[in-house]
Design a binder for this molecule. Structure first.
Ligand SMILES: C[S@@+](CC[C@H](N)C(=O)[O-])C[C@H]1O[C@@H](n2cnc3c(N)ncnc32)[C@H](O)[C@@H]1O
Length: 332
């Protein structure tokens, strides 16, 4: 992943941009907006500038200007590292199915050093402990092989490690993986996109965890289908989502995280033969001082494997990669 470029590439324009930030701090948004517009016009390829111009216009309720600026940012960087397309989608009628992976990867590469202190220390994040409690009430024995999807720095892995013989983790962000490796709790770690995991010829796991990860995904069909195929008979999947009401399947919130409804989750889990055995509504963490509500869900794989999603077969039939070999992070 290429590093985030904040500079316009022109020292004098960068200095003027510092002045934009000063004007913003002094609450002179109007002057800040006009100066930034002028800078962007003189540095038309500056993605960061257009992205910031959109944010500034949005705070002033200038939606058309915000939309136009973010459209420029996305046109200049179609991988959308800054997530301008997600901001644009706040004004679209259809929900965006998935976030750009470049945005998620960049977000967590930048956040990794502060992640634990911020999420646990400041935001009261308790999903791993709560998922651990629910699973322990449902299953008193050890798990032989578990996979932590979107393992991040290893907060969920640390909770489940004592009851798992072999624990693997997967994440998109290299910086998060460096942190989880340092925790020394995983038997193997891989860098991969969990929406694009390789096809496994046989079920491998008796527990799959996805703590605070589906919030970066809209449609869950693909990943839940993969999980249903990767779980051994009677294996468990334990995950969290932010909650939406049943009028939608899923929606992208203004904080650029997805929320999913109970009816949608029930329908997709059922479609892939995963039987819900716990469905708890709870507070996941805080965001800007407000409690974020969500669902903690545990579902169980059937005794007999279900069919693959048609898209899944098409996308993965020719890949037979072993997750544990596809990484720089093997601890073995
Ligand atoms: C909020 S963190 C949660 C980390 C960990 N599960 C925990 O409970 O602390 C979300 C993690 O999911 C990862 N992630 C998000 N989307 C992903 C994807 N498509 N593939 C792999 N990892 C992803 C991010 O890189 C990040 O490390």
């Amino acid at each position: 992943m290429s590093a985030l470029v904040r500079s316009s590439g022109d020292v004098s324009l960068d200095r003027q941009y510092n002045f934009v930030e000063l004007l913003e701090r002094e609450n002179d948004q109007k002057a800040a907006l006009e100066l930034l517009q002028d800078i962007c016009d003189r540095a038309p390829h500056w993605v960061w500038g257009w992205y910031k111009l959109g944010l500034l216009a949005q705070t002033m309720d200038l939606t058309d200007r915000a939309v136009a600026a973010w459209q420029k940012a996305v046109a200049l960087d179609p991988s959308d590292q800054l997530g301008a397309g997600l901001l644009l989608h706040q004004y679209a009628s259809q929900p965006l199915e998935q976030m750009p992976t470049a945005f998620v990867e960049t977000l967590f590469d930048q956040y990794a050093d502060r992640f634990d202190a911020s999420l646990v220390g400041k935001l009261g994040y308790s999903v791993p402990e709560n998922l651990g409690l629910i699973v322990s009430e449902l299953h008193s024995e050890r798990f032989s092989t578990a996979l932590d999807l979107g393992c991040g720095t290893g907060l969920a892995g640390a909770v489940f490690r004592p009851v798992v013989d072999h624990l693997s983790g997967v994440d998109l962000s290299q910086s998060m993986l460096v942190k989880s490796k340092a925790r020394k709790i995983y038997d193997s770690l891989s860098k991969a996109d969990i929406l694009n995991l390789p096809y496994l010829d046989k079920p491998q796991y008796d527990l799959i965890i996805a703590a605070d990860v589906f919030i970066y995904m809209g449609a869950l069909e693909r990943v839940l289908n993969w999980i249903s195929l990767a779980l051994q008979p009677n294996g468990f999947v334990a995950f969290s989502v932010e909650s939406a009401d049943d009028s939608v399947s899923y929606q992208l919130g203004s904080a650029r995280r997805y929320r999913h409804s109970k009816s949608y989750l029930t329908q997709v889990l059922d479609r892939f033969g995963l039987a819900i055995i716990a469905f708890n509504e709870t507070t996941l963490r805080k965001d800007r001082g407000i409690d974020v509500q969500g669902f903690l869900v545990v579902a169980k794989a059937p005794l007999i494997q279900t069919a693959r999603h048609p898209n899944y077969v098409e996308a993965h039939a020719d890949v037979s990669l072993n997750l544990e070999q596809d990484n720089d992070y093997s601890l073995q």
